[in-house]
Design a protein around this ligand. Structure first.
Ligand SMILES: NC(=O)c1ccc[n+]([C@@H]2O[C@H](COP(=O)([O-])OP(=O)(O)OC[C@H]3O[C@@H](n4cnc5c(N)ncnc54)[C@H](OP(=O)(O)O)[C@@H]3O)[C@@H](O)[C@H]2O)c1
Length: 317
């Protein structure tokens, strides 16, 4: 069931964003794809954008591109952060706290996908779980006090892939030492990110910290660099062919759900936001069905504990 009626036939579009002057957005993974497009739209509306990226050269290049298009006056900067390294995430988060006085939205956008063989991060995590979930888990936790002070939001970019793998968290082998498949490992990492959104909502509610809103969304099937950056040759060929079909949309449209969650008033946190057309891969942006396994409370609670233990970061909630 799709519930995009809230925004009419066209679904949500950035026309709905009023001016963002005075607002600050922190966004991970802006060197390409939806993160780049989201940054461009936020900046075009007058926001301040701080990008958290792992590659300095690419970051400088995208900032130059954005200044060329939008003008030198735009308020954009980057901080180096590798989501694959907990130490880098902690360092970058501290830099954010030194650099900005408010966070209107932290947009957890960066990711890798479909990594062909099991790889471990320096902290010993399966790479997709380490980058997509654990990296953002720690980042969110460290930035939370400032987000709270700003009455801001946390926006997690998930994936319909949450429903295309094992549909739970493999606690007895979370790093896929046995039976690694690129799809299952990616799917688990995106499911973990989405489960953490709803678990965080519950934990905030329990301690009365309801000023911070937390949202889960996804970009559908968007023509970005995701598969060409980390996927196998076969996946690149398959996705290359898919890009030619009407089952994919532009990276700009893929950015709409996270932009909506970062800026739109009166969004229901319990919903899951993304394209509402065919297979939820394309189409007007709004709320749509989330399968129950993504809100399995027992699994979500355990995942939270496992994540705190693995990262060594304990949320102060
Ligand atoms: N495209 C789709 O169809 C699709 C479908 C479902 C979900 N998503 C989700 O959409 C989000 C955006 O992805 P995209 O499709 O726009 O892909 P993309 O074009 O590959 O962008 C991913 C971004 O994440 C960054 N990144 C990767 N690993 C990182 C790390 N260790 N530390 C910091 N940054 C890192 C990349 O930086 P580098 O340039 O340094 O690699 C890049 O800026 C992701 O969360 C993805 O899971 C995409």
């Amino acid at each position: 069931m799709n519930t995009n009626d809230q925004f009419g036939k066209q679904g949500w579009t950035p026309d709905k964003i009023k001016g963002l002057s005075g607002k600050t957005f922190i966004i991970t993974g802006t060197t390409s794809g939806t993160g780049f497009e989201a940054s461009r739209i936020l900046l075009s509306k007058g926001a301040k954008v701080v990008m958290l990226n792992r590659n300095a050269k690419k970051s400088e290049d995208v900032i130059a591109t954005l200044k060329k298009e939008l003008g030198n006056h735009i308020n954009v900067s980057f901080i180096l952060m590798d989501l694959a390294e907990q130490a880098s995430v902690r360092k970058a988060a501290q830099e954010v706290l030194e650099k900005v006085t408010r966070i209107d939205a932290l947009m957890c956008n960066g990711a890798i996908a479909q990594v062909p063989t099991q790889k471990l991060t320096v902290d010993g995590f399966e790479s997709q779980l380490g980058v997509n979930h654990y990296g953002h888990f720690t980042l969110q936790g460290i930035l939370f006090p400032l987000i709270e002070k700003s009455k801001g939001r946390i926006v997690t970019v998930g994936s319909m892939g949450y429903n295309m793998g094992i549909k739970t968290i493999k606690f007895d082998d979370i790093n896929w030492d046995k039976d690694y498949t690129p799809n299952d490992a990616y799917s688990q990492s995106k499911l973990a990110q989405i489960m953490t959104v709803y678990e965080l909502q519950d934990r905030l509610k329990k301690v009365g910290k309801t000023d911070v809103k937390v949202y889960a969304c996804h970009p559908g099937s968007s023509r970005t660099s995701l598969i060409s950056t980390s996927g196998s040759l076969m996946m690149r060929i398959i996705f290359g062919l898919m890009k030619l079909s009407p089952l994919t949309q532009s990276a700009e449209k893929g950015a709409y759900p996270e932009l909506m969650c970062a800026t739109e008033e009166d969004l229901d946190q319990k919903e899951f936001y993304g394209p509402t057309g065919r297979s939820n891969w394309v189409g007007p942006v709004g709320a749509h069905k989330l399968e129950p396994h993504a809100k399995d409370k027992a699994v979500a609670e355990k995942l939270w504990e496992v994540s705190e233990k693995a990262t060594g970061f304990k949320w102060n909630l």
